[in-house]
Design a protein around this ligand. Structure first.
Ligand SMILES: Nc1ncnc2c1ncn2[C@@H]1O[C@H](COP(=O)(O)OP(=O)(O)OP(=O)(O)O)[C@@H](O)[C@H]1O
Length: 326
């Protein structure tokens, strides 16, 4: 019963209109265009993962959403408000954990949160927040004595003080140990469940696989691919490969799921490789394999070095990074 109510609540969030809207955003630094016309939106309770190569324009995008930069072109709206033009209207509703914390070295952890609490109109309880991010035992430690991962936890706690409905997380788990990352993922999942719209940038692909409802991969200022993880993987395709048996000509090779084979010579042998597209799922490549096995059996051929591999987010990322300026 409680589960159903929770599920309904999540569905309610997602069907609400977007709270973050980015349309054809361009951002220049002098003559250099760092962001080249990107668009996306985020709804309440949704986590949008923004991935990208170094220098792709992710931080520039977040800083624009935060209202630190005026768009060179295009529009950015948060709750329908221009964050650069009217920052005070959304200051408490949209918050960020940015790279390079704005923490004061000479305050203790508790003093840091108390300071932020003092500025908020409807603050969360500081002690409870420290508990949430697993930093209660460090309450009296000076910020300058914290490790990198502990600073990230305190950054996150500070960002949550104003009960933001939109949260920008720029590499929030960098420097955290595996347990710290898991704890942070749990906090982020709970925030999503409560209806917070989240933009997450990270270089950890497993983080996106764990948390993101939708993702985009940026390269050199452009979004090269966007969608749910399932749709992105479906677009890129799984791999089936084997060594071409002696006496078989390329024209004799079968099509698999409508795909023609690619050929390459490796270690002195001709290898064939298929990219299987269509609906993603753990069995996609294996479904495509059945006619291949039948073909080999009918022709009494051995499929030496047979490889069947599902595409991963890392494959997609690397392929985009290799695309260069295409
Ligand atoms: N203040 C600035 N002046 C000039 N160029 C800048 C400035 N800030 C960023 N850039 C350039 O803009 C591009 C985008 O930078 P940005 O920091 O947005 O990338 P990113 O995707 O966050 O990268 P990373 O993953 O390495 O953190 C980079 O080529 C960077 O060198």
């Amino acid at each position: 019963m409680e589960q159903t109510a929770k599920k309904n609540k999540e569905t309610d969030h997602r069907t609400a209109g977007p709270v973050v809207e980015v349309r054809d955003l361009r951002q220049r630094y002098g003559d250099f265009e760092a962001v080249k016309g990107i668009s996306f939106e985020i709804r309440p309770g949704e986590l949008f993962g923004l991935l990208g190569t170094n220098g792709a324009g992710k931080t520039t995008t977040i800083e624009t959403l935060e209202g630190f930069r005026r768009p060179s072109a295009g529009t950015v709206r948060v709750f329908g408000v221009d964050p650069y033009g009217q920052p005070s209207r959304i200051r408490e509703r949209a918050n960020a954990v940015l790279q390079g914390s704005g923490l004061f070295d000479d305050l203790t952890v508790r003093e840091t949160l108390d300071f932020t609490v003092g500025l908020a109109s409807r603050p969360r309880d500081a002690a409870e927040l420290l508990e949430t991010v697993g930093m209660a035992h460090k309450a009296d430690t000076m910020v300058r004595q914290l490790s990198g991962g502990e600073k990230r936890r305190l950054d996150l706690a500070s960002a949550l003080v104003t009960r933001p409905e939109v949260l920008y997380l720029d590499e929030p788990t960098t420097g955290m140990d595996p347990e710290g990352r898991r704890d942070t993922w749990k906090i982020i999942s709970d925030l999503k469940e409560q209806g917070t719209a989240i933009l997450l940038t990270t270089h950890y692909l497993d983080e996106v696989e764990q948390l993101a409802d939708r993702l985009a991969i940026m390269h050199r200022g452009e979004i090269r691919v966007e969608g749910t993880i399932g749709s992105v993987l479906a677009e890129y395709g799984d791999h089936i490969g084997f060594r071409v048996p002696a006496g078989v000509r390329s024209g004799d090779l079968p099509t698999l799921s409508g795909e023609r084979p690619g050929l390459e010579t490796r270690d002195g042998h001709l290898h064939v490789s298929y990219t299987v597209r269509g609906e993603a799922g753990p069995h996609r490549a294996y479904r495509a394999l059945a006619p291949l096995v039948e073909w080999a059996r009918d022709n009494d051929l051995e499929l030496a070095d047979l490889q069947v591999r599902g595409v991963t987010l890392e494959d997609v990322f690397l392929r985009i990074a290799d695309e260069g300026d295409e």
